[in-house]
Design a binder for this molecule. Structure first.
Ligand SMILES: *Cc1c(COP(=O)(O)O)cnc(C)c1O
Length: 379
């Protein structure tokens, strides 16, 4: 069986994890934690980054930091992972879902303005498959209506929009280091990117259980105490040590994924015109990270036959995101702005092919052969 995903592993992770264990300092913000944050601040050119136990936790921090109050409205696509919405629902927000574009599966920036009301507090663009949303339009709407922008860049590490790293364009951005993402901190992990300098000191407090412990360590206060709401949003040193092994090889992982992505694209391009399925679109001014390779088929029936056929041929392909507005909690906590023209229709066509750091060209060729066989038999 060719699995759908394999967590990235470059070789040095276990060495650094062992070093962390032997250092006798395994709580958060120790040697490797600081090293990882410094790496992100340099490489992203971001004023402050904070490692978190997950992207979900980073999104929850973001919702606290922009001071979401009950009945505030937050705009986002419905075609996303539950955490994008949940983080804001936890603070009492109402989610306003906006339709997506069919080319990138990202929020349709031209439909956002119609969703803005006097209660709107933030826009949360999700960079699907590591391909950037149309951030210039989103940022100008945000400044026109005085809204926060929180980029859910869970899938977007190493991708850029007009030269800027994803997650560094809005007021706040988040990454995921879950095992299914391009980089992992040992299974679970995340990052909060803080681009608005005014938010930095409160972010440190929220992350340290509502205390000013970070300031205490920097010698700025004599003793640390409870000053605000907060929670435990630090990952352990073991997670950071694992992540450090991957950050050292960040370029190598990215290049390897992009090579696999381009091989899929080249091999599938002639088949896609012959058999009428759709390949991903990457707008020209963007650099992506090969996070995902997906196809869009005719409809949900063909998509399900396709997945079953691949499974019969030892290839594990998957689909994802039942649109949130049609899920039980989405109905309770959200509403769709305007009409759902593309979200449901396009999500039902989508299937993801196996792609991971180290997938071989032979495996990709084999998967493409199985795909060709499917279409030959099911024209
Ligand atoms: C993976 C993912 C998340 C959640 O990340 P965790 O690190 O598992 O909490 C959130 N949003 C999007 C778009 C994701 O793909």
């Amino acid at each position: 069986m060719i699995t759908f995903n394999k967590p990235p592993l470059t070789g040095n992770e276990s060495k650094y994890v062992l070093e962390a264990i032997q250092s006798n300092k395994i709580s958060g913000d120790s040697f490797f934690g600081k090293k990882c944050q410094a790496w992100f601040e340099n490489n992203l050119n971001a004023p402050k980054t904070l490692l978190t136990p997950s992207c979900t936790a980073a999104l929850e921090m973001a919702a606290i930091l922009i001071d979401i109050q009950p009945n505030d409205e937050v705009i986002m696509p419905s075609y996303t992972f539950v955490s994008t919405a949940n983080a804001f629902v936890l603070r009492g927000a109402k989610i306003v879902f906006v339709d997506i574009r069919s080319d990138t599966m990202n929020i349709d920036e031209t439909k956002i303005e119609a969703a803005i009301t006097s209660k709107t507090k933030a826009i949360v663009p999700v960079h699907y498959a590591g391909v950037a949303c149309e951030m210039d339009s989103i940022m100008s709407l945000a400044s026109k209506y005085d809204l926060f922008v929180i980029e859910d860049a869970a899938q977007g590490m190493m991708s850029t929009y007009k030269g800027k790293s994803l997650g560094t364009i809005g007021h706040l951005g988040t990454y995921s280091f879950h095992e299914t993402k391009n980089y992992t901190s040992g299974g679970e992990g995340g990052l909060l990117i803080i681009n608005d300098k005014k938010i930095i000191s409160r972010a440190e407090v929220i992350r340290e259980k509502g205390t000013n412990r970070s300031q205490f360590f920097r010698g700025m206060v004599d003793k640390y105490t409870w000053v605000d709401i907060g929670s435990s949003y630090l990952p352990s040193e073991i997670q950071s040590a694992y992540l450090w092994g991957q950050l050292e090889s960040a370029e190598e992982i990215n290049n390897n994924r992009l090579e696999s992505w381009h091989l899929y694209y080249e091999l599938l391009k002639p088949l896609s015109s012959k058999y009428k399925f759709t390949l991903p679109t990457i707008p020209v001014e963007l650099k992506h990270n090969g996070h995902m390779f997906y196809l869009k088929l005719r409809d949900i029936e063909q998509r399900n036959e396709f997945i079953n056929n691949l499974k019969d041929n030892q290839v594990n392909a998957v689909f994802h995101y039942i649109p949130l507005h049609s899920a039980p909690a989405g109905i309770e906590f959200g509403k769709f702005s305007g009409e759902d023209v593309l979200t449901t229709r396009e999500s039902e066509k989508l299937v993801r092919l196996p792609i991971w750091y180290g997938i071989s060209n032979t495996q990709i060729q084999l998967i493409v052969n199985v795909i060709e066989g499917f279409f030959k038999n099911n024209p």
